[in-house]
Design a binder for this molecule. Structure first.
Ligand SMILES: [Fe+2]
Length: 231
């Protein structure tokens, strides 16, 4: 089974995950071959402090393996310190036992379905944050990451089952009722291109801290979504 959630923010919003699995375990036998994927802002790598350890302890104690893409409120420089390995067809950082960072522009084959991942987002609140402490310029993608994504997508003829990102394309955010600010254009242009070129079943994202579904676009916050797998 594959479950998706978003924006758990360290210990702040982790309870929704803990409660969900307490409930789910009453009815389903879950193992480390089942997955929770967090769509950014997990706080699993924040400042390498006691709090990070506690966050990781909680994810380790879940019955499933925890996977996450990075958001904007994640320490990208700390993530980059971990060695890169290959997991189910894509590059990852293995952060801890059963806790894996899914890197940008990768395609993973999980339980017979393909997932394209691309974390990161522009922080509207970056003026209130301190670079290297609570904000990192790597929240936005490099040219290399964008190029790697395009190369990997070409290999699968721009066809995947699911797209997992932290934020969504600007016109979807507009349809959700948000005003679009300048900033993060590079990522938005990339998403706009994907939106029309990519053949996908569903696109999931977080970042806006609300649950809203427009056709096959899904912004999640409180919801924990179960992906129906066919294996
Ligand atoms: Fe967030």
């Amino acid at each position: 089974m594959v479950f998706l959630c978003a924006d758990t923010h360290g210990l702040k919003d982790i309870d929704k995950v803990v409660r969900f699995f307490e409930y789910k375990c009453r009815y389903n036998e879950l193992t480390k071959d089942d997955y929770l994927i967090i769509l950014g802002d997990s706080g699993i790598c924040w400042d390498d402090s006691i709090q990070d350890n506690e966050v990781r302890r909680i994810y380790r104690s879940l019955p499933v393996t925890t996977l996450f893409i990075d958001g904007n409120h994640d320490n990208h420089q700390l993530l980059a310190e971990y060695p890169v390995t290959i997991w189910y067809g894509g590059k990852v950082h293995e952060i801890d036992d059963g806790i894996i960072h899914l890197m940008r522009g990768q395609i993973y084959d999980i339980a017979g379905e393909t997932y394209f991942t691309f974390g990161g987002a522009w922080s509207v609140d970056q003026d209130d944050r301190v670079e290297g402490i609570s904000w990192w310029p790597e929240e936005l993608p490099s040219e290399e990451e964008l190029e790697e994504a395009r190369r990997n997508l070409e290999k699968v003829d721009y066809q995947v089952d699911y797209v997992l990102t932290h934020t969504g394309p600007s016109d979807i955010l507009e349809q959700m009722g948000y005003q679009i600010f300048d900033g993060g254009e590079k990522l938005m242009e990339f998403f706009e291109d994907l939106q029309f070129r990519l053949d996908f079943r569903d696109w999931y994202f977080g970042h806006m801290h609300e649950d809203q579904h427009i056709e096959n676009w899904h912004c999640i916050m409180e919801d924990i979504v179960e992906i129906i797998t066919f294996e």
